[in-house]
Design a protein around this ligand. Structure first.
Ligand code: ATP
Ligand code: MG
Length: 445
């Protein structure tokens, strides 16, 4: 993409309404625009990152054997009356009436609807296990929408639902989700720690939240420092294996790690004092096992192996897709701007032309652009007439992990400069070598 043809409305001033770094930087980098409290348009740069996060979530869900569907945002109230949650949900639910005076709502979550799909089409245990998920906009009329996309009213969520014959199988689905979530966050370059949580209005017994440690996080968290040392990496786990998934769960949840809702001073006191950490965190996901809470009232049963009808065991599992864009910035920025991890960056590298209009420099930039594109890389070429300082400032603000700087002085020696946004280190090399290096960096991502 050439910057002169793109739509990147960066702001010079720091927006006064933004209290935290990610919100400030998303506005300054022209990623989002607020349309109403907690409701945002995603501008091109922000939309690209959102789509990258979404793609990783899709890929990892499908790797775990979960099946994508798409349910609507608007739901009939009847389904929620069946489960008993229509009245229980409270003012967070946006209730709508259509022209025929039917009660509708903008879905805050989809347990009822997915259970309805299940009961209409599945009747035998032979069709289990089954996990359906979608990535869809949700609406929750939050009391205090704030921090940009971190606590919006309209937000994008991946929500998945498992249907199993037995409690044991459903607990395996729970463990499988935990493993797939660890992998998902690591691919984005984020560390998210599973912490024991409170089940809230979804209900149920077993639940963990995934928290990214950040000073601006809304949750207070208490954890054993040993848990923060653990890394999942890209371990190849057999998602069908109950043992392998259970072993990962045991490894990642056996040390103390809780949010303030479930914090227990007595158990905390047993953690060696030098390992006790109190910090803040951003919730980027949550998994629940809730058994037959919805299948029983809604009649989601299957015929078991002995011929009797039994309600299925379920769980639901969410990832905050749009919140993750904010969380990624909270975890990856400095005073100049964003520093995207390679896994989610909106462009692979920036090209900065130091002497726009100089025939040789322009030609070298064009050649570099073509060579990168030919290798499957997507560069953002700053071909504007701005001064070099302004071009660097924009690149630093929007946070592309790599920058290639092209100027007449370097070209005389046959070199360009490759700079890492994260370390600030630069290296001179031929344009071909720069393209090869970038192709290599992105090959494993
Ligand atoms: P919170 O405690 O932050 O209000 P929740 O526990 O009610 O969230 P879940 O029902 O677990 O939310 O939703 C799954 C995920 O969706 C959360 O882990 C979070 O990442 C994301 N999420 C929830 N509410 C919002 C919101 N208002 N804005 C953006 N993302 C959200
Ligand atoms: Mg939650």
């Amino acid at each position: 993409m050439r910057l002169t043809r793109y739509f990147l409305p960066v702001l010079k001033e720091t927006p006064a309404e933004a209290q935290i770094a990610s919100h400030r930087l998303m506005l300054r980098a022209g990623m989002i625009r607020q349309q109403a409290a907690g409701i945002y348009s995603w501008l091109p740069l922000g939309y690209k990152v959102l789509r990258n996060v979404e793609r990783i979530v899709h890929e990892e869900q499908q790797r775990a054997g979960h099946i994508p569907i798409l349910m609507p945002t608007i739901q009939p109230a009847d389904l929620w009356q069946e489960s008993g949650r229509y009245n229980a949900y409270g003012p967070e639910m946006l209730r709508i009436r259509d022209r025929h005076d039917r009660d509708m709502l903008f879905g805050p979550t989809n347990e009822e609807m997915v259970t309805d799909i299940f009961r209409a089409h599945v009747s035998s245990y032979k069709d289990l296990p089954l996990t359906l998920y979608h990535i869809q906009w949700k609406f929750r009329d939050e009391v205090r929408p704030r921090f940009g996309v971190m606590r919006g009213r309209e937000f994008l969520m991946k929500d998945g639902y498992n249907f199993d014959l037995t409690r044991e199988d459903a607990l395996h689905a729970y463990n499988r989700h935990l493993v797939s979530y660890l992998r998902t966050y690591e691919r984005m370059g984020l560390q998210a720690i599973p912490m024991r949580a409170d089940s809230g209005p979804i209900g149920g017994d077993d639940t963990h939240e995934f928290l990214v440690l950040a000073e601006t996080g809304e949750s207070e968290v208490f954890y054993d420092s040993e848990i923060a040392e653990l890394r999942f990496g890209n371990r190849d786990i057999d998602y069908d294996s109950h043992e392998e998934c259970a072993a990962v769960l045991a490894e990642f949840t056996s040390r103390y790690a809780r949010t303030d809702e479930t914090h227990d001073e007595a158990v905390w006191a047993e953690v060696p004092e030098d390992r006790r950490r109190v910090a803040r965190g951003i919730e980027v996901g949550q998994i629940f096992y809730f058994g037959t809470k919805y299948s029983e009232p809604m009649g989601a049963t299957v015929q078991g192996p002995d011929g009797s009808k039994v309600p299925v065991h379920m769980g639901s599992h969410g990832i905050g897709v749009s919140r993750l864009v904010g969380a990624l910035i909270e975890a990856n920025h400095d005073d100049k701007g964003i520093i995207w991890p390679e896994g989610v960056t909106p462009f692979h590298a920036g090209i900065v032309n130091l002497r726009q209009g100089d025939a040789a420099t322009d030609a070298a930039c064009e050649a570099l652009y073509a060579a990168m594109t030919a290798k499957g890389l997507e560069p953002l070429y700053d071909d504007t007439d701005d001064r070099a300082g302004a071009k660097f400032a924009t690149m630093d603000l929007i946070g592309l992990p790599w920058r290639v700087t092209v100027g007449p002085r370097g070209l005389e020696k046959g070199v360009v400069e490759l700079t890492s946004r994260r370390t600030g280190e630069s290296e001179e090399m031929s344009p071909e070598a720069a393209v090869d290096r970038l192709a290599q960096i992105y090959a494993g991502i």
